[in-house]
Ligand binder design. Structure first.
Ligand SMILES: Cc1ncc(C[n+]2csc(CCOP(=O)(O)OP(=O)(O)O)c2C)c(N)n1
Ligand SMILES: [Mg+2]
Length: 321
């Protein structure tokens, strides 16, 4: 990880953000076997630096769209933790009223327009939102988070083409953890050339390979400034990263044999959380960790004590009321 002096003030902030996401998801993994959590969970553990690096460079009025592996993005953009945990518990106080679950997180008060279980579906939504921003001459931007699996979808290619054609203020962020479920991306793609393909649609594209949260932050900070000034259209960022847990659920999955334990261990050795933690005094770290622990306890208690939605609400929200 690379640090310069002017970044020292960010160590604390980034450590807190990554630590908070990590601990929330570790707690989800711990509780999951009790069946209190009513939806499948796709954990972001190992990938937090992407969401934190990107979202720290955004303004509150910038809008993010994400995927079913969206806990990190939701929290990094400032999504309400109580609302998220209650949503996982299927409670009416959840951010999607308890009927969406982990894969459908939303918090419009904090610029989180939603996550979706269907691969690639929020990419055109982000492009449409960016079109609206441009037509209304706003200087905020839309950000579309998606996995390497979404590159296989037609909607991805249509969206990039249209965004470039209309020079829309949208940042595409591909979280390339190398796998779509258990298929390596070179089993699905002819070449390791996602950024080249993005460039071919007519936009700058950058690849960051080592998960360095500051490299991601610096790139996005400089990029969004240009985008706000209207001096560039869409931009594409590919962040290579690693999901430490199984595709869905709280466990490891090395027994399946599609990737090696060493492949994941190599990423664990360069974990952003450990690197940042080693730069902080232990009392600063302890203070952050205690505050996060109490926030997590509060959120799970809130979810436990909240009520399930009334059965008659099952058919609400299907049609405009
Ligand atoms: C349109 C569509 N096709 C297939 C699926 C089944 N599916 C669920 S997750 C997934 C893999 C997606 O991988 P990626 O985009 O790389 O995200 P990751 O899980 O690695 O974060 C697939 C194919 C789906 N949900 N939606
Ligand atoms: Mg993937």
């Amino acid at each position: 990880m690379t640090f310069s002096a002017d970044k020292s003030i960010l160590y604390k902030k980034f450590y807190r953000e990554i630590y908070r996401i990590r601990r929330v998801e570790e707690e989800i993994a711990r509780i999951y076997p009790t069946d209190k959590i009513k939806s499948p969970v796709h954990l972001s553990i190992g990938q937090e630096a992407v969401s934190v690096g990107v979202c720290q460079a955004l303004r509150p009025d910038d809008i993010v769209f994400g995927t079913y592996r969206g806990h990190a993005m939701y929290l990094a953009k400032g999504g309400d933790l109580r609302g998220m945990i209650a949503e996982l518990y299927g409670k009416s106080t959840g951010c999607a009223k308890g009927i969406g679950g982990s894969m459908h997180l939303i918090d419009t008060n904090h610029g989180i327009m939603g996550t979706s279980a269907i691969v690639g579906t929020t990419i055109p939504l982000a492009v449409g939102y960016a079109y609206g921003l441009k037509l209304n001459q706003k200087d905020s931007i839309a950000v579309s988070f998606f996995g390497d699996g979404a590159v296989d979808e037609g909607a991805f290619h249509e969206s990039l083409n249209y965004a470039a054609l209309k020079k829309l203020p949208v940042l595409f962020v591909c979280e390339n953890n190398l796998y779509a479920i258990h298929s390596h991306h070179l089993q699905r793609h002819h070449s390791d050339n996602i950024t080249e393909r993005a460039r071919s649609y007519g936009m700058p594209a950058k690849r960051i390979e080592d998960g360095d949260v500051f490299k991601i932050y610096d790139f996005v900070k400089a990029t969004v400034e240009k985008m706000r000034a209207g001096s560039c259209g869409p931009v594409f960022l590919e962040c290579v990263t690693c999901r430490w847990k199984e595709h869905v659920g709280p466990c490891d999955d090395f027994h399946l044999g599609y990737r090696s334990e060493e492949e994941v261990a190599a990423w664990k050795r360069k974990d952003s959380l450990s690197s940042l933690g080693s730069l902080l005094e232990s009392d600063i770290r302890n203070k952050i960790e205690l505050a996060v622990a109490s926030e997590i306890t509060d959120a799970f208690k809130f979810a436990e004590e909240s009520l399930f939605p009334e059965p008659e609400r099952l058919y609400h929200y299907l049609f405009k009321e």
